[in-house]
Design a protein around this ligand. Structure first.
Ligand code: ATP
Ligand code: MG
Length: 535
């Protein structure tokens, strides 16, 4: 084609050949439905929404892909007709090039939508007093008219749609979405969703969005999907989440001041890196199935969080360290602001990173070294667990001989009940019902609220002894025995455990008649600490 020859797009020389572009762009982009939906949730969050409602609904009795509709509705600031029309344009944005929030390319809404559906319709409404870019409105402000516009792949391909239709006013806010301002984006003729079943789509989205938007969920944003509240999932297991807590922050949070552009010190921003370690002792006994379900197995990796939203999860900044099974037992999170988009290699789909070499050089040495250290700690912890499995010897003996004693009544002490709940959430294995074994005894390690060197709680089917890891008894007497691999030390430790289990049980049995025992245990612990602590 000679430079002067027009394209075949209606004889025009428009830079974009619209019908071809729209088909090509549908293929070039999102890894999947969760990545695409995340763009809509990003927009809602940035519009100041506190409540985001996702619906995935079958539109006919058969629920094959094309018969599913997806919508995302929010109570954010909404859009005026001008902004709404811009919002549906590829490149249309009220924040193009902005580095202070999630969006900056003007691509998310149209591109993500058409990657999943042949048609996207947007309805948006604002109250008269709405302050642009915020949710603040005059008190008692009533919504103004609702405006709507749409894009349709088939109309674009046939040439019947060459620009975003001028927004039309509709009479009322969609049912169930009353509020002074908000936006509803709905995808129809969804021919590219990841799955054909509504239930599978919902299940996968629940898990994916719970992880991606965890930081927002923790700070009060409410996201529902088909009526169910999405719960945050913390891959570091530090914050309360679906799979429970149990991780421990490892080391200090690391901070790196990174240049937005290589070598140019004028614009810099902080990258935060933190690590967590998972409790091998408490969780290694989970079945493989359970480990997969709660995200431990095959969960090794680094969560990359941009402006509070996870954009990638994988094996980054590890230098020559390869991923191994032991790496499932520690996690890493890297947080950065969009100022560093170029350094992290963020593209407009915001679903993966391609770090530049100067960023790798800055982050890799520490991250790789810590990864190796955490790997060896996990390896060691597994080894200790194997050797201490014999420690369950004391639990087994006490469990077997419990019938020789007068049965314990369940504790009614609210403090003990609370302790039981906390322990069960931190140690999922404690939740298991005893299968016909009768009354069970268990020993766990942890931090207790007071300075006692051991504490306990019990209910109708088990007694749990908690050894206080912060007490010198643990450090000076128990831990050396625990780490020892000699049989003699193991036996000695089992006997000490038996002694403590007996003490705890006797205290539980006589608590009613002798409430001062808990005070005595505290005094004994403090004296012991005074004797054991080195000056
Ligand atoms: N839910 C919403 N509430 C209010 N305004 C919205 C909403 N969704 C989109 N917008 C407006 O539409 C514009 C275009 O959104 P779009 O997601 O396409 O681009 P962006 O968010 O600006 O950038 P990016 O491509 O990085 O996401 C936004 O700049 C915003 O003004
Ligand atoms: Mg956006």
């Amino acid at each position: 084609m000679s430079p002067a020859e027009p394209t075949k797009n209606n004889g025009s020389s428009a830079i974009v050949v619209l019908d071809k572009f729209i088909q090509a762009t549908r293929d070039s982009g999102y890894k999947g439905t969760a990545s695409a939906i995340s763009e809509l949730v990003d927009n809602s969050v940035q519009a100041g929404a506190t409540c985001i409602t996702i619906c995935v609904t079958p539109v006919s009795s058969s629920s094959t892909g094309a018969d599913i509709e997806v919508s995302v509705c929010d109570n954010g600031c909404g859009m005026d007709p001008f902004t709404l029309r811009q919002a549906l344009r590829f490149g249309g944005s009220t924040r193009f090039g902005d580095r202070s929030g999630l969006g900056r390319y003007g691509m998310g809404l149209p591109n993500a939508s058409l990657s999943q559906a042949r048609r996207v319709t947007v309805l948006s409404w604002q109250s008269p007093g709405v302050i642009r870019g915020s949710r603040q409105t005059r008190p008692n402000a009533r919504p103004e008219r609702v405006f709507t516009s749409f894009l349709d792949v088939d109309l674009i391909i046939s040439g019947a749609m060459v620009e975003v239709p001028r927004p039309k006013a509709v009479t009322s806010i969609p049912a169930g979405h009353a509020g002074p301002s908000g936006t509803l984006v709905s995808w129809t003729q969804c021919d590219r969703l990841d799955h054909v079943r509504v239930s599978t789509i919902v299940r996968k989205l629940e898990a994916d969005l719970g992880r991606r938007f965890r930081h927002f969920l923790w700070t009060g944003t409410r996201i529902t999907i088909n009526g169910n509240v999405i719960r945050p999932f913390d891959p570091l297991y530090l914050e309360p989440s679906n799979a429970g807590t149990g991780g421990r922050l490892f080391g200090e949070e690391l901070r790196y001041e990174i240049c937005a552009n290589n070598g140019d010190q004028r614009i810099t921003s902080t990258v935060l890196v933190r690590f967590s370690e998972l409790p091998v002792k408490a969780w290694h006994v989970l079945s493989n199935e359970e480990k997969r379900r709660v995200g431990i197995a095959k969960g090794a990796g680094v969560s990359i969080v941009r402006a509070g939203r996870e954009v990638d999860y994988g094996w980054f900044f590890m230098g020559s360290k390869r991923r191994e099974n032991y790496d499932d037992w520690w996690r890493c999170e890297i947080q950065f602001d969009p100022v560093l988009d170029e350094a992290f290699g963020i593209a407009h789909t915001k679903q993966q990173i391609r770090p530049q070499s100067y960023l790798m050089e800055a982050l890799t040495p520490n991250i790789e070294a810590t990864a190796r250290l955490l790997n060896s700690r996990a390896r060691k912890a597994h080894f200790t667990v194997k050797t201490t499995e014999r420690s369950s010897e004391s639990e087994r003996v006490a469990t077997e001989r419990n019938h020789l004693l007068r049965p314990l009544t369940a504790s009614v002490d609210p403090q003990k009940k609370r302790l039981m709940k906390t322990l069960e959430s931190a140690h999922p294995t404690l939740r298991r019902r005893s299968s016909g074994q009768g009354y069970r005894y268990m020993i766990v390690e942890g931090s207790v609220k007071d300075t006692c060197f051991y504490s306990f709680t019990h209910n109708k089917d088990k007694m749990i002894l908690v050894l206080n890891q912060d007490h010198p008894f643990y450090r000076e007497i128990y831990k050396p025995l625990l780490e020892s691999t000699t049989q003699r030390d193991n036996k000695l430790r089992a006997k000490i455990e038996i002694m403590l289990l007996a003490a705890a049980r006797s205290e539980a049995a006589t608590l009613k008649t002798n409430p001062g025992l808990a005070r005595y245990r505290l005094a004994w612990s403090n004296t012991l600490a005074a004797f054991l602590n080195e000056k």
